[in-house]
Design a binder for this molecule. Structure first.
Ligand code: 5GP
Length: 242
């Protein structure tokens, strides 16, 4: 698959056109950022670990009836994907209270959230991803009421599937962020990535963090070991490529 012109360069991924109108190549770079891009470091092989972890998770979701943009992983840090018109909403699902939730609301750190909280943020670093509600989404004209229902339903289904998937690997899925987009026929598909960059993953026994929160806390030297640990636990030996 030939890489054509760059169509979007995000904080950690670059998206390129291909010779097919409805497919893109997504390159996972080794950049790691925090604070809406205010802090940035390069972490060796980070792009590859996130791409392989995302590909595995997208495959697991597809097997469980969640449609994703994933087509193939031709190189360890390169994903071939269906081209989507991305919806600028970060859908966040929370199973345990932590992070910005406990900073913004009087909810006890570590409280189990059953049913999970579904939150939607406006994806825009300039505005620091502010939280949305239905009337704001309508006013911003970014999704219809029906589409908001679909996003919430899909995010909860993803939570169900991945909570079990990570549990089998001895990992607690604390919370995560997903993004969706529309394919050429208007179907809403899961896009972007699901990796330790956008999930809180805790070791089920020690409750050690295995995700980007380490970097957000300035523990830069520990972060890649955590990503490798997640990779080793969820990628079977015969699928290991890094
Ligand atoms: P919080 O709102 O507590 O900071 O984050 C909740 C969850 O969503 C965490 O798993 C976090 O990684 C993810 N998340 C929220 N916003 C972003 C974002 O802008 N980028 C990434 N990569 N993850 C996010």
């Amino acid at each position: 698959m030939e890489k054509k012109e760059l169509i979007n360069s995000g904080k950690v991924k670059s998206v390129f056109n291909t010779e097919k109108d409805d497919e893109v190549i997504i390159e996972f770079r080794d950049d790691m950022t925090a604070g809406d891009g205010a802090r940035k470091e390069v972490m060796d092989k980070k792009g590859a670990y996130n791409a392989v972890i995302s590909a595995k998770i997208f495959n697991v979701l597809e097997e469980n009836g969640v449609e994703t943009q994933f087509i193939d992983l031709p190189e360890v840090n390169v994903m071939l994907a269906k081209k989507l018109d991305m919806i600028p909403i970060e859908v966040i699902v929370r199973n345990i209270a932590t992070g910005s939730l406990v900073r913004r609301y009087p909810i006890e750190e570590g409280k189990k959230l059953d049913p999970p909280i579904v939150e939607m943020d406006y994806k825009d670093d300039e505005y620091h991803d502010p939280m949305l509600n239905r009337s704001l989404i309508r006013a911003l004209d970014i999704a219809t009421d029906e589409e908001v229902n679909i996003l919430a339903e899909k995010a909860l289904k993803i939570n169900e599937v991945l909570t079990e998937f990570f549990k089998d690997a001895g990992i607690i899925l604390v919370d995560f962020k997903v993004e969706f987009g529309k394919d050429k026929d208007g179907n809403i598909l899961l896009g972007d990535e699901i990796s330790p960059d956008g999930c809180r993953l805790w070791d089920a026994e020690t409750l050690d963090m295995l995700d980007k929160e380490l970097f957000r806390e300035g523990k830069d030297s520990e972060v890649m070991d955590a990503y490798v640990e997640v990779y080793n636990r969820i990628i079977p030996d015969d699928e290991k490529v890094i």
